[in-house]
Design a protein around this ligand. Structure first.
Ligand SMILES: Cc1ncc(COP(=O)(O)O)c(C=O)c1O
Length: 400
């Protein structure tokens, strides 16, 4: 049985060309990029070349890109860093004393109900530590409507955080419109573009973003590196301290091999983007049509006209086919097909996805969701095997 990987939104395999580009920087050109001798200078040059490649791909200046350990850290730096700078008298959100808190205005943050946990949890923490938080609901297709953001925006809003592309259902956000609204009200605009990079053009100026988060391992780059775009002049404090690296914004010895790999992955993704997205959309559409023709209870999640090409999220309507949703992914795995579900294990219990609930799915239907995420290794010949696997799994689970 061929094992089929359809979980490219969770992570992607490291591209061999990326591995090759990184290799010399582990032991040959191993210097500390902050050292002033030749070993250090060579490492620094590679780091800066990598920064330039990624910055160019998103329409930024190299001085506006800061390496982090991944998308989660980039989101944390954007949110905690911007809020800390807004409370200019408070050095770090982690050490806010109640006396300090009462002496500074409480920043207002807006985010959407469909964000990744790497945004929602920092925002929740900030809400528990003196910030006013507003959560924008999403439409039934997962879209964040600009009008809903506008209703919550005021001149007291410090920061708005809305993702570019949703990781569960693929829906794209109208980021440029939201960016314009933020500008109008003088609020900073942070965008989590972890799932957008390499899939759709990321244009930090057209989007009117001040802060944008990225991660390498979603685009066949290494795990453990990401970046935060910080528009020149954006007030932001570091959230960790202990060195001047990344111009003081993100202290810690720079990870040169991973930065080089990230840049190579961006280069490859940009070169193939147009062609590959058309190919993946065709695979996605074939699977969607095959499943629709077999299951009348199938609900396709996301905005059909405005979603990432490689994601297909489907739910089985619980009122038509009652399934034990939690077991779908395990059963698909037994069939050799790796997918994701519409639920997550939180504190030992299975919870339906907050994104699907925000889109109005009932909790049982949300749990009975499969997310297929296509990537470079997938081809047309696999579709029939995947469809057959879904048919067997659903038949087995209905019979229980
Ligand atoms: C939308 C989004 N933001 C942030 C992250 C976190 O990125 P990382 O795994 O690099 O920490 C992910 C990962 O799944 C994601 O999908």
């Amino acid at each position: 049985m061929e094992r089929i990987y359809l979980d490219h939104t969770a992570t992607t395999p490291l591209d061999e060309q990326v591995a090759g580009a990184m290799q010399p920087y582990f032991s040959g050109t191993f210097g500390n990029a902050s050292s002033i001798h030749q070993f250090g200078r060579e490492a620094k040059q590679a780091l800066e070349r990598a920064r330039e490649v990624i910055a160019r791909a998103i329409g930024a200046a190299e001085g506006e890109l800061f390496f982090t350990s991944g998308g989660t850290e980039a989101n944390n730096l954007a949110l905690f860093g911007a809020v800390s700078a807004a409370r200019s008298s408070v050095p770090s959100p982690h050490i806010i004393t109640s006396a300090a808190r009462s002496s500074v205005p409480s920043p207002h943050i807006i985010t959407s109900a469909a964000e990744h946990h790497a945004v929602l949890e920092p925002v929740e923490y900030l809400g528990e530590h003196g910030c006013k938080v507003s959560v924008v609901p999403v439409l039934s297709d997962g879209t964040v409507a600009p009008a809903s953001v506008e209703n919550l925006l005021s001149d007291a809003t410090s920061l708005v955080s809305v993702m570019a592309a949703n990781n569960e259902v693929g829906t794209l956000s109208p980021v440029a419109e939201i960016g314009s609204l933020c500008r109008k009200h003088g609020a900073l605009f942070h965008c989590d573009a972890v799932q957008a990079l390499g899939k759709i053009p990321v244009e930090v100026d057209r989007w009117k973003t001040d802060l944008v988060s990225f991660s390498a391992h979603k685009i066949y780059g290494p795990k453990g590196i990401g970046a935060l775009y910080i528009r020149k002049g954006t007030p932001i404090d570091p959230v960790i301290r202990g060195g001047g690296q990344e111009r003081g914004r993100r202290p810690g010895t720079e990870n040169v091999p991973l930065a080089v790999g990230f840049a190579k992955a961006v280069d490859l993704a940009m070169a193939e983007m147009g062609r590959e997205q058309v190919r993946l959309a065709s695979l996605r559409n074939q699977l969607e049509n095959e499943l629709r023709s077999r299951f009348s209870a199938l609900i396709v999640n996301g905005d059909p006209a405005n979603r990432l090409s490689h994601i297909l999220s489907v739910s089985f309507d619980h009122s038509v086919i009652p399934l034990e949703g939690e077991l779908l992914v395990h059963n698909m795995d037994l069939e050799g097909v790796a997918v994701s579900s519409g639920s997550a294990c939180t504190s030992g219990s299975i919870q339906p996805s907050h994104v699907l609930l925000a889109m109005g799915r009932d909790s049982e239907t949300a749990k009975a969701t499969i997310r297929f995420a296509f990537g470079r290794g997938n081809h047309e010949g696999q579709i029939s095997q995947v469809v057959a696997a879904v048919e067997r799994v659903v038949a087995r689970m209905r019979a229980r």
